[in-house]
Design a protein. Structure first.
Lengths: 468, 468
């Protein structure tokens, strides 16, 4: 059979799946719109997983169908496009180009290669260390991804791994991008202040009698997070290996290149100061009550006024537009799946089906289901707001120690991010980098998430029970 | 003085203008936010007019300042990005690329050249005829611009006028783009159903005792519109001449090229059917209650599934992203200028200052002010909703014949579109085409608008008084 006809069969199977669910009887007690939207959403995800359609095309089709079937009214359907954090990703994409183009990314990459560059694995750890160290000051993992992404991109490019060919990507760029994405799942769970949803979770836990502080969070997180920190790059190194592994000459070459670069150019100065201000601004935006997206727009304005990033550069950034469109659409579909009551309906069902089981079984089941259900979510915070309370309540009522149940759900809120490209806004820059196919992300994301699940369930559970 | 330092002086002067207005005492009775937003908005327009900053950079800077000064809260400031008609422009941009890329645009262009192509002026009239003929079925001039744009773009490209150099643009592409934009100002005023705001205006006029029907509208519009239709291309031909004027061999060459093209390719078929469905869908969207933007998304999905427009093509469409960003921002700023009460405040002042003058003076003043004030508006509909009632009321009370005042304000709502690139969503595709600088649009737009103003005031007023 020709490649083309396989493609059309795949597309047809997506439409059949969608139609079968759509026209099945609506489960009792569920809003019909919720059921129809579920049919559209799940077939979109299916289309992407089986590679029937690229994520952008699948998303646009889903949006169209949702509007034509009156599952969503247009004004709701387009609401994702004006979400601040989605615009933040779009602008961070363009700022990242400025980092690379100005030469500052290259310089920073050479510095990192000079220090950690004997091996690709060494570089991956250096990315993770950077991430974990800046994380407590970054309550937005989206913004933090905006800081890490240009560094990883420059590291890849300056190690000779570009997006020009499959072979070149695989040298080390793909591996480093995947590690950075995995890193964010760990760094966000390490500190109470490393992700926007964490403090909300702590507040919700308090209402159910579970007290968590900045210090106790760090204590509970320390051992499982450290374990994940050490193991995850090693696992990806096996399952998604870079073709260039050892680069014993790289540090010397990088040092030489650094010398050749000479002092900072004007563009690098502008970029450096802008980037530093962005990091500061994003870090302190919570305290200073400044909108993070406006900070990003401001940074872009500075780069464009000073011509570090030009209109000519923008012309080639059509893929940023593509990423913006699919992420806004998937976010909206998932948001309305929740608003229409689909998520709480599922939560209620899970509660019923677990009655009468022993607490360790209930505990493991709840955490596993909580992680798997993230396939339906396009925002970690949305899942937490929708399901954290239900799951925590069910667990505590069944006899699971409150602190164990709460912390593990909070960790899961962070480490479940990688199940899909759209699983977290922090993934999106990496998913759009050109180094990773959506297939790669689904596969390696599943492996990383499963590994994290095991690490946190085994190491984390024992550690929390030991110190609590 | 160097070019660079002149640029920085220009930018500084923009900031000084903005700051002076911003920190001036707020006029009595005006919301301080309205005054501050006015300061930001007017300096943005000023920055673009004096060429201190490109329209995108000026817009991003304005957005940032509006948020940082708390003139706009972030959620309001980003609201333009999810406006359906703004997304429609974005998607129409991408669909237009499909028309060009598939080869269908080329074929259509050759057909037009074969028939009208002996002179560039002939081509400009053929664009206008097409526009005026399809206009009554297109209550959205935005959607109509989405139909005209790819045709004009193909006409330009296939006549050898590309955006590669200034010289090549000027051959005929720039002229034809400008004519198409001017055409929309005329076609929209010719029919009651040719622009979304027209029927609302008719309804509002009725409340003040002025009755307008589809037929009477056409009668009143016929003579001034025909005059404008004939004169405007001739005027642009003088003020903004194409460098290639006579192309006596073009029809023969086009006929030959058409023969060489042979029968329609698969891509052309897909594109042709999609485009035809888009035209039908947009035309009947009002009757069928289908969202125009969803129709556009659907068309794009079809083009992407059938690979007429690919992800690879999208990569080079960064300028569509730029256009989307600036238009969404300027639209939002203008919308809130109105919501904060700035426009009604101005309307009230105008009313006061005209008391006691004779009706012809009041009539001409009101129409002229109504046109000039469009420099502050980014939506024709918004201006009509904000000011049509006030202006019409003032005119009628001062003794201006109701039908004259109403029709002329409605014509002005349409022909004032070209004062700025953002003056109408129908301009935006042409403004982003690469053939026109914002400077060109400000200058030629002023000439076209002034010409239209004179034509409609002189020819239109006498005609309406004659037949009413």
């Amino acid at each position: 059979m020709s490649k083309l006809s396989i493609q059309y069969i795949k597309i047809a199977s997506v439409f059949i799946l969608g139609a079968v669910i759509y026209f099945s009887p609506v489960p009792q007690g569920l809003d019909p719109r919720a059921w129809h939207l579920f049919a559209i959403f799940i077939s979109t995800i299916f289309a992407v997983i089986i590679n029937a359609l690229p994520i952008l095309v699948a998303s646009i089709s889903a949006l169209t169908i949702a509007i034509f079937t009156k599952t969503l009214v247009p004004i709701d359907a387009y609401s994702g496009f004006s979400q601040g954090f989605i615009l933040l990703i779009l602008i961070a994409f363009l700022v990242a180009k400025g980092v690379v183009k100005s030469g500052l990314g290259t310089r920073f990459a050479y510095l990192m290669i000079k220090t950690f560059g004997k091996s690709t694995l060494g570089l991956s750890y250096s990315i993770m260390i950077t991430d974990c160290l800046i994380a407590p000051a970054f309550p937005s993992n989206t913004a933090r991804s905006g800081v890490l992404f240009p560094i990883v991109q420059s590291l890849a490019i300056d190690s000779g791994s570009t997006t020009d060919s499959e072979e070149s990507k695989k040298k080390m760029g793909s591996f480093l991008m995947m590690c950075a994405m995995a890193s964010l799942t760990i760094s966000s769970g390490l500190w109470l202040t490393a992700m926007a949803a964490n403090p909300s979770g702590v507040a919700m836990a308090k209402e159910l009698g579970v007290n968590i502080t900045f210090g106790s969070w760090l204590l509970y997180a320390s051992v499982p997070s450290l374990t994940a920190f050490i193991l995850i790059p090693l696992i990806l190194y096996k399952t998604f290996p870079p073709t260039v592994k050892n680069t014993p000459q790289a540090p010397v070459a990088a040092a030489k290149k650094l010398k050749e670069m000479g002092p900072l150019s004007k563009d690098e100065w502008v970029m450096g100061i802008t980037f530093f201000m962005l990091v500061l601004g994003w870090g302190f935006s919570g305290i200073l009550h400044i909108d993070k997206t406006a900070i990003a727009f401001c940074g872009l304005a500075v780069l464009m006024i000073s011509k570090v990033f030009t209109l000519e550069d923008l012309k080639h950034e059509g893929s940023a537009l593509g990423t913006f469109i699919w992420f806004a659409i998937l976010y909206t579909l998932s948001t309305y799946l929740n608003r229409y009551g689909f998520m709480s309906y599922i939560g209620e069902h899970i509660r019923h089906s677990l009655i009468g089981l022993s607490w360790p079984v209930i505990y493991v089941s709840l955490i596993t289901i909580y992680v798997l259900i993230h396939y339906l979510f396009v925002s970690q915070t949305a899942q937490m707001l929708a399901l954290f309370g239900v799951f925590l309540g069910v667990g505590i009522n069944a006899g699971v120690p409150g602190i164990l149940m709460a912390m593990m759900l909070l960790f899961a809120t962070n480490f479940n991010a990688m199940v899909t490209p759209q699983g977290s806004s922090a993934n999106v820059l990496f998913a759009g980098s050109g180094y990773l196919s959506t297939g790669d992300i689904y596969k390696q994301g599943a492996i990383v998430t499963l590994s994290n699940l095991l690490i946190y369930l085994v190491v984390g559970s024992f550690w929390i029970l030991l110190v609590s």
